[in-house]
Design a protein around this ligand. Structure first.
Ligand code: PPS
Length: 339
C-alpha cells in the first residue's frame, strides 16, 4: 500500500476510534486519557504482532494474548454482564445487538452508548487493559462483551461466580470461511506485514488453505481451526450460565431464537416488543445502522445461509465435510448449509 494511502487510512482509523471515545466520554465525568488505546489499536491493525499464552496465539488487528492473560488474571465481570463467545464471523455482532436491545431498550442513554461500544472495546482480548478502566466509568449496570479465544483462555470460574453469562454462537463453517475471506480483503495491511499476508492471502484458494489448516492465529493453537474452537467450548454447553445459539436457527426463526435468548437473560417481553426487536436486529436494520469501522471493512455483506455455494469448489466443500466429520464425531452438532 502506498505511503500516502496508508497515512490517509491511519488518520481515518484514528479519527474513528477517537470519535467513539469522545462519544462515550459524554456519559462519564472523568475518563482516563484514551490515546494509548487508540495508538495501540491503530498500530496493531497496520503491523500484526504475534502474542502467545499457554500455547495459544493471536496476531494483530488489535487482538492480544497479553490482554487476554490480563483479563483472565485481573478482570472480574459484573453480575449479568454478557460475553458473546464465538469463532469469528459466526454471528457475534448479531447476538450482541440482540442482547443490547433486550437489556437496554427502555433506556435511551444506554441504547445510544451501544454504537460507540465497538472496536477496540468489545472483545475482551482487544486493545490494552486501560479500556476496562474506561468502561467501568460508564453508567451501565450490565455490559456486553465478546471473545474469539478458545475456552482454555477464558476464566469460566470467575465469570460464573460473578453471575455473568456466556452465549456461544455457531455458524456453518462454509459460510464462515467465505465471510472471513471477504472481510479480510478490506484490511489495510502493510506490504511489510509478512505475517498478515501469510495468514490472509489475497488469493481465495490460498486463503482457504490458511484457514482450514489453522495458520490463522485467532486465539487458537497453530494448526487448530474453527472446529477446535467449538470443541473447546462444547463441554460447557449445559452450564447454567452458558447458552449455545446457532446462526442458521436465528435466520430460520428469529422470534423463537430471540425469545430463547431473552429467557436465558431473564428479560422476557411481550410478543409485540419481541417483534420490534426482531425488526431492529434484522440484517437490513443493522446494516443501515453500521458504525464507521463496520462500514470500512464492509462488514454487513450478505447475511445469508448458503452463499458458500458461490465460492467453494467441490473439493473445498468436501474438505470441510471431512474435517467436520472427523472433529465433531463425538458431538451432537450438525451444521445447516442451506435453508
Ligand atoms: S465478527 O467480526 O467475528 O464479530 O463477525 P460476526 O458478527 O461473528 O459475523 C459476521 C457475519 O454475520 C452477519 N450478520 C448478520 N446476519 C444476519 N442478520 C443479522 N442481523 C446480521 N448481523 C451480522 C454479517 O453480515 C456477516 O456475515 P456475511 O455472510 O458475510 O454477511
Amino acid at each position: 500500500m502506498a505511503d500516502e494511502e496508508t497515512t490517509k487510512i491511519k488518520k481515518m482509523l484514528e479519527a474513528t476510534f477517537e470519535a467513539g471515545f469522545k462519544e462515550l466520554a459524554k456519559y462519564a465525568d472523568d475518563l482516563p486519557d484514551y490515546k494509548p488505546i487508540v495508538d495501540y489499536f491503530v498500530a496493531s491493525i497496520f503491523e500484526s504482532k504475534v502474542t502467545e499464552w499457554k500455547g495459544y496465539k493471536m496476531s494483530g488487528q488489535g487482538f492480544s494474548c497479553d490482554t487476554m492473560k490480563w483479563v483472565y488474571e485481573n478482570w472480574t465481570p459484573w453480575k449479568d454482564d454478557v460475553i458473546v463467545a464465538s469463532f469469528p464471523k459466526t454471528g457475534t455482532t448479531w447476538v450482541r445487538n440482540i442482547v443490547a436491545h433486550l437489556y437496554y431498550r427502555d433506556n435511551k442513554t444506554l441504547m445510544e452508548m451501544v454504537k460507540p461500544m465497538a472496536m477496540p472495546h468489545i472483545y475482551l482480548e482487544t486493545g490494552i487493559p486501560l479500556k476496562f478502566e474506561i468502561l467501568e466509568k460508564l453508567p451501565w449496570k450490565r455490559r456486553i462483551f465478546a471473545t474469539h479465544v478458545s475456552a482454555p483462555l477464558f476464566n469460566f470460574e470467575k465469570v460464573k461466580s460473578a453471575g455473568a453469562k456466556v452465549i456461544y454462537t455457531i455458524r456453518n463453517p462454509k459460510d464462515q470461511v467465505v465471510f472471513w475471506y471477504n472481510m479480510m480483503q478490506n484490511f489495510p495491511f502493510q506490504a511489510t506485514d509478512v505475517n498478515a499476508h501469510k495468514m490472509y492471502p489475497k488469493d481465495w484458494n490460498a486463503f482457504f488453505e490458511a484457514a482450514v489448516s489453522g495458520s490463522q492465529l485467532l486465539g487458537n493453537k497453530e494448526g487448530d481451526w474453527y472446529m477446535d474452537n467449538i470443541l473447546s467450548w462444547y463441554p460447557h454447553r449445559n452450564d447454567d450460565n452458558v447458552l449455545f445459539v446457532i446462526y442458521e436457527d436465528m435466520k430460520r426463526d428469529p422470534t423463537k431464537e430471540i425469545k430463547r435468548i431473552a429467557k436465558f437473560l431473564g428479560t422476557e417481553y411481550s410478543d409485540e416488543v419481541l417483534s420490534e426487536i426482531v425488526e431492529a436486529t434484522s440484517f437490513g436494520s443493522m446494516k443501515k445502522n453500521a458504525n464507521p469501522t463496520e462500514e470500512f471493512v464492509k462488514f454487513f455483506r450478505k447475511g445469508e445461509v448458503g452463499d458458500w455455494k458461490n465460492h467453494l469448489t467441490v473439493a473445498q466443500s468436501e474438505r470441510i465435510d471431512a474435517i467436520v466429520k472427523e472433529k465433531l464425531a463425538d458431538t451432537d452438532i450438525e451444521f445447516t448449509y442451506e435453508l
